[in-house]
Design a protein around this ligand. Structure first.
Ligand code: G3P
Length: 276
């Protein structure tokens, strides 16, 4: 009898340990980051205030945005170098002052109900949300020069966001990222990649990236478990992005299974439902 009770106790202990271990392992190993790419760009015009309001409401872990500099050196949110696609104006962002830019309609192209939306500055965005959300901010060179890094870090400091660990900075430009770290090496950096083949992920490059970046942003089509494992072994997190909306959710499911650390999503709630 004593033996039987002992066996049952051992069995129960083993079962609960396995169960606990498997549940906590999944959770502990996969704090999957849902990054709202250009805000909730499927529901409102990208990089405008409504797109970010929806993203924050939908509880994306990070809101993502692209920086451009105006003629009068203001940091505004705009993906393309020109305003042609996402406003009723045309021309390069940096040929306009902020005041001139904010006269354009940045919403009607998406839906006439957004006709009053304007291009916004990063400061306006931060004033709206403060530390209620987390910011994934993309920098780039301006006229091939490192111009936006210092004003960006100054602004983030002024708003207390770096201290509170509310910001990740990403860039296709390694120079820009390194400049950020010259100014403040506490800011987590993500190197974006425009690789066309897995062969581009050489040991030499990985060794370079891991000197300053905590992660890599990469086209999902290049990502598989083997690549993620290699990057993880090198202490680099992996954040795939997606160019094909039709295959995006299936791709997200795949990369999540393969161990990605987060996804730049164009469909926040659909991505979140993959995680339930
Ligand atoms: O921002 C991450 C990734 O989506 C990069 O692509 O073109 O949106 O800057 P893009």
């Amino acid at each position: 009898m004593k033996k039987l009770i002992l066996l049952i106790l051992i069995g129960l202990f083993t079962f609960s340990t396995i169960k606990l271990f498997s549940v906590s392992t999944v959770k502990a190993n996969r704090p999957m980051m849902v990054i709202a790419h250009r805000g909730a760009n499927d529901k409102a015009p990208e990089e405008t205030m409504p797109a970010y309001k929806i993203a924050v409401q939908e509880k994306a872990n990070y809101i993502e945005m692209d920086l451009r500099e105006t003629k009068d050196n203001q940091l505004v949110l705009m993906h393309d170098p020109t305003i042609d696609r996402t406003t009723n104006g045309n021309g390069e962002v940096n040929q306009y002052s902020l005041q001139e830019l904010q006269k354009f309609d940045a919403g009607s192209w998406f839906n006439p109900t957004y006709k009053n939306e304007r291009i916004i500055t990063l400061e306006e965005l931060i004033n709206q949300f403060g530390s209620k959300t987390n910011y994934f901010i993309e920098t780039r060179l301006v006229d091939n020069k490192l111009k936006m890094e210092k004003p960006l870090v100054d602004l983030l400091n002024k708003k207390g966001l770096i201290k509170k660990n509310k910001v990740i900075i990403e860039s296709f430009s390694a120079m820009s990222l390194k400049k950020i770290h010259d100014i403040n090496n506490k800011i987590p950096l993500v190197q974006l990649m425009l690789c066309t083949s897995q062969k581009d992920f050489t040991t030499e490059k990985i060794n370079q990236w891991k000197k300053y970046a905590m992660g890599i942003g990469v086209n999902s089509t290049l990502v598989n478990k083997a690549l993620i494992d290699i990057l993880h072994q090198n202490h680099l997190k992996v954040y795939p992005f997606f160019f094909n909306t039709e295959t995006e959710l299936a791709e997200q499911k795949r990369v999540m299974k393969d161990g990605a650390d987060g996804v730049f999503t164009n469909h926040i709630s659909d991505t979140q439902s993959l995680l339930k």
